[in-house]
Design a protein around this ligand. Structure first.
Ligand code: HAM
Length: 524
């Protein structure tokens, strides 16, 4: 691809083949000699058209201000005003510039993606696994608007996510935001439905989230998240069920416990440490948000941020020391056998044994998670080679609903992004091969057979076959290439002689055998 720049600081990408045949000075046709920079008004790559308006005058040619240039691959260039051809140029207009300018960028906004068919196939494949695993665990699918009230995401604990908000005022003067995550919308929906809901709820959602992030591998400004949440269960049985779903998902994709681990801890660990130093409960969320950055920031910065929250230096040492623990026995030594955190973690590991996925789990007190609302278990899946960012993460958030004015309601869940998992599949050579699946290509060899061809296609589709009906009149040579491109299994031809005899010509594109068959034969 070549990036073509423009004075408005917009740019567009064009296939290099397109540019070469159109604009390089080495080409022998007119398009090769042309042109002074032109301002693009419209593009149609499928037909190799390029429409543009000259914006810089070339001394060899008097461009008309309102002129539109139509350039076709290997053809002449034509200047037109209002559809009337004013100039046909085939030589003599020279420039040494291949710079083009565009009115709009054809790239999606930075950090966002288009999904052309091959990428959309991958996305659909991934989402199908998300849905299928959720269905196996008897979760029901829900959805919410991408645009929410800004107030839903305003929290005061200093989380990164709230600083990365895509927020603005709508035309009615309301403060709105593109959702950076799904959990607040879930809480809003649960509150809105109120008593009409019978708990527990097991809900899942797949939705696009927006965060104005610094872009790194697997982190972008828009991503899709699969969420599974259980509302109304206070025991760690809920966390165990969610973790089992995550492991089921990994296993379906061919990922094993030697590829991925799930680090688990419990925010009650930090709560207990803070209580020892009499640090007020109001500071708890903010302390969690700070210590979550322990692997990203130098220790001195963490210490300064904690000190700014009035956390005394002996407490800072105590907190940072507790975060280094990697075994439940050590945790028990620190907090005592009666500690709620220890009891919950032990029970969770016992349940994981029962499910059969404990080899995926590691207790790691440094996992705190950067979202303010977690109150208990917290977990994150990571690749054991440590090349990638967190694959998914979640935890218990029993007090989120009350921050929106509802009653405290036990809740836990996870968010699983669509970006890091793809990176991991690439790393492990586990990417699926997903071709465009077409069973039959149907072609009328003559115009008057188009209606019968449509009828044949309709019958085949009713029988559940994927049919590409050739809509234009095309030569056989083109159609054979077309079937190859689509990896079609059969070519069904309607020719006058066969059709008059009540048959169709069918070519099996795998065995290369040809035969004349009736429509009934074709359908059986
Ligand atoms: P989170 O850790 O912010 O948690 O995001 C969950 C997952 O979403 C991450 O582990 C990652 O897979 C993906 N993700 C997050 N940000 C990006 C990004 N900028 N680009 C690509 N992927 C990203 C939450 O959002 C919680 N609401 C999850 C949750 C649900 N907790 C309870 N229920």
């Amino acid at each position: 691809m070549i990036t073509l720049s423009c004075p408005l600081r917009m740019s567009m990408k064009m296939p290099s083949s397109f540019c070469h045949s159109q604009f390089c000075t080495s080409s022998s046709n007119l398009a090769g000699r042309i042109l002074a920079p032109i301002m693009v008004q419209a593009l149609d790559f499928s037909n190799n058209f390029f429409l543009g308006t000259p914006i810089i005058r070339n001394p060899n040619y008097n461009f008309h201000q309102n002129e539109i240039w139509v350039l076709r691959r290997n053809r002449q260039a034509r200047g037109m005003v209002g559809g009337r051809v004013t100039t046909t140029a085939n030589e003599g207009i020279q420039t040494d510039s291949t710079t083009l300018t565009s009115l709009v960028s054809v790239d999606p906004p930075r950090g966002t993606r288009d999904f052309p068919p091959e990428d959309m196939r991958l996305r659909s494949w991934l989402f199908q696994h998300f849905r299928e695993v959720s269905r196996l665990f008897a979760f029901e699918e829900i959805d919410f608007p991408v645009l929410e009230s800004e107030e839903l995401f305003v929290r005061k604990a200093g989380e990164e996510i709230t600083q990365q908000l895509y927020n603005f005022e709508d035309k009615g003067g309301r403060r709105v935001a593109l959702r950076p995550e799904l959990t607040p919308s879930l809480a809003r929906l649960v509150l809105q439905k109120g008593k009409s809901l019978s708990l527990p709820l097991k809900w899942f959602a797949i939705g696009q989230c927006w965060r104005y992030e610094r872009m790194t591998r697997g982190r972008r400004r828009e991503h899709y998240q699969w969420n599974m949440d259980i509302i109304g269960i206070s025991g760690v049985e809920a966390e165990a069920e969610l973790l089992s779903a995550i492991v089921t998902f990994f296993t379906r994709l061919g990922i094993t416990a030697s590829d991925v681990g799930i680090k688990i801890s419990n925010r009650k660990v930090l709560q207990a440490v803070l209580a020892r130093y009499s640090i007020p409960d109001e500071s708890f969320a903010a302390v969690c948000v700070i210590v979550d950055k322990i692997e990203k920031l130098p220790r001195s910065e963490i210490e300064n941020e904690l000190a700014a929250l009035q956390v005394p230096s002996d407490a800072i040492d105590g907190i940072l020391q507790a975060l280094t623990l990697k075994s439940l026995d050590d945790l028990e030594d620190l907090l005592g056998a009666e500690s709620g955190a220890v009891a919950e973690l032990k029970q969770l590991f016992a349940l994981a044994d029962g499910y059969g996925f404990s080899d995926w789990l590691n207790f790691d007190a440094s996992v705190v998670r950067g979202l303010a609302y977690y109150t208990g278990t917290v977990f994150e899946a990571f690749d054991r080679e440590r090349k990638l960012r967190a694959i998914c993460g979640g935890g218990r958030y029993d007090q989120l609903l009350s921050t929106y004015g509802g009653a405290d309601t036990p809740a836990c869940g996870f968010g699983f992004g669509d970006a890091v998992i793809i990176e991991l599949l690439k790393e492990r050579n586990l990417m699926p091969e997903l071709g465009h699946v077409v069973d039959d290509v149907v072609l009328a060899l003559e115009d008057h057979l188009k209606a019968p061809a449509a009828m044949v296609a309709a019958h085949l589709r009713n029988a559940g076959r994927v049919v590409d009906l050739v809509l234009e009149t095309k030569r056989l040579k083109w159609v054979f290439k077309h079937t190859e491109r689509l990896h079609a299994k059969r070519l069904v031809l309607l020719g006058a002689t066969e059709w008059n005899r009540g048959t169709l010509r069918v070519k099996d594109l795998i065995t290369r055998e040809e035969s004349d068959v009736t429509l009934d034969d074709l359908l059986t």
